[in-house]
Ligand binder design. Structure first.
Ligand code: C2O
Ligand code: CU
Length: 479
């Protein structure tokens, strides 16, 4: 089904401002009953990075060659119980080095998957074993963390779900992985990775959307069902504006972390790259025939997921709203931070950056643009030699982001979640929420804080992957 043009900002390099198709696309439907393992277990997986082929949408003329884990996008679902151990044998069959980052999981630094910081690149033909305990329940994901713009952009990612010991009372647990792709007219991934226009503007915006790596499917739901939707934005740079069917719905967690109280959904939902959101929604007794989850962009409405009534007898919807999910063992930050560090973001198109430090050299903006390095944090482009901050273990750190650019940035901290004012977290609610990736609008200032309780060197970067490529990367040291 042709749904209209996504108006990607891609002048100058894309021969194909294609129509964005998004058929009524698909959900990976899993039983809601959970695993509740009695004793800690080790879950073993083998992930092989290499080439795969799949039909990203039935309306495309051909299969698309991807880079993917075990030949499929998304990669294999990894699912285990809170407190259990995960062991992943990663083998790299790409023609270039790679590593896997476990986005949002508060794990041992040595397992964080950051090439050049926590481990060496896993070269072609080589292997690396990741093994760690998952402390928090919730919706997470894993992805390549070397040349991320191209490696993630070609499909190197998958979902990781950690089940609560006592899962909430739902009838369906549905994972919805949302991605955009920039394809040429034959269905091939457009090779324009890392071009200067994308780096300096809003990043690599695609022209096709997928849900769970495909299109044209519908989730069958029974009248009265309670659904848990796990939304994951794996796009390189596209901020997704989403609307749900007009049913009762509550956001119950953000970036894996439960909200203290479920928030009733009253408007559109915002999900920036890297972010996740769990929503519980009740299918009414008389479901509409064409209930959809829609993507919205500049006046377009593109149905991504269709919910169709199952042919089985319905039941009355639950009377009570869902209860909050059990909290994860995240220790709160102190009311008054031990230290506060500004992070002034400058650069990009329509920015005011005229010079900055890049690899210890002061360069003017022309020289920087030639290098494709155009985003500065406190005057430094790309990972500086010294950390943005050095936090004693157990200290409370405040970071004050100041976005002096003309663009949105989704800043992601590894190894910790920060406390973010609720109104900045994509909802109208006040109070504080935990996020590992926070979207900062142009010209805005945002103070976040966190308890620095996970020792190691941790990356802090923009999850618009083309901005990351263009130098929007810094790091912190804990302990
Ligand atoms: Cu999801 Cu450093 O990345
Ligand atoms: Cu950015």
């Amino acid at each position: 089904m042709r749904m209209g043009l996504l108006a990607p900002c891609t002048p100058g390099h894309s021969p194909s401002r294609r129509r964005l198709l998004a058929g009524v696309a698909a959900g990976l439907v899993l039983p809601g009953a959970a695993l509740g393992a009695a004793s800690p277990r080790v879950h073993s997986h083998i992930l092989v990075a290499g080439k795969g082929r799949q039909r990203l949408d039935p309306e495309l003329p051909d299969d698309t060659e991807t880079w993917s884990y075990n030949g499929q996008v998304p990669g294999p679902l990894i699912r285990l119980g809170q407190g259990e151990r995960l062991a992943v044998d990663f083998r790299n069959e790409l023609a270039e080095g790679s590593a896997i980052h476990w986005h949002g999981l508060r794990i041992d630094n040595a397992m964080d998957g950051v090439v050049g910081m926590t481990q060496e690149s896993v070269l072609p033909g080589e292997s690396f074993r990741y093994e760690f305990t998952v402390p928090d329940a919730g919706t997470y994901w894993y992805h390549a963390h070397q040349r991320s713009s191209e490696q993630v952009g070609r499909g190197l990612y998958g979902v990781l779900v950690v089940d609560e010991p006592e899962p909430p009372d739902v009838d369906r647990d549905v994972i919805l992985v949302l991605d955009d792709w920039r394809l040429d007219e034959t269905g091939r991934i457009h090779p324009s990775f890392g071009n200067l226009h994308d780096i300096t503007h809003e990043g690599r915006i695609g022209n096709w959307l997928t849900v769970n790596g495909r299109g044209s499917e519908t989730i069958r739901v029974g009248a009265g069902d309670r659904l848990r939707l796990r939304l994951v934005n794996t796009a390189n740079s596209l901020v997704m504006i989403l609307t749900l069917p007009p049913w009762q719905a509550w956001v119950v967690s953000l970036d894996g972390m439960p909200l203290p109280e479920p928030w009733q959904v009253r408007s559109e939902l915002v999900l920036s790259p890297g972010q996740r959101m769990d929503v519980i929604t009740d299918v009414p007794a008389e479901p509409g025939m064409d209930a959809t989850l829609d993507f919205r962009d500049r006046g377009q409405v593109i149905p991504l997921v269709g919910f169709a009534p199952a042919d089985r007898p319905g039941k009355p919807p639950r009377e009570e709203p869902p209860r909050a999910l059990p909290p994860n063992p995240v220790r709160p930050a102190a009311a008054v931070p031990d230290a506060s560090t500004p992070l002034v973001m400058r650069g990009g198109a329509m920015g005011d950056l005229d010079r900055a430090d890049y690899q210890g050299e002061m360069l003017d903006i022309r020289a920087l643009a030639r290098l494709g390095m155009v985003w500065a944090q406190n005057g430094v482009i790309d990972k500086p030699a010294a950390p943005l901050l050095s936090a004693p273990l157990g200290s409370t750190q405040e970071i004050v982001f100041e976005n002096r650019t003309a663009w949105f940035h989704g800043m992601h901290l590894h190894g910790h979640h920060f406390e973010v004012p609720g109104t900045m977290a994509g909802t109208a609610e006040s109070g504080t929420v935990l996020r590992d990736t926070v979207l900062i609008p142009p010209r805005e200032r945002l103070a976040v804080k966190f308890l620095a309780d996970n020792p190691g060197d941790w990356l802090l970067h923009c999850h618009m992957l083309e901005h990351q490529t263009g130098g929007m990367v810094t790091w912190i040291r804990v302990g």
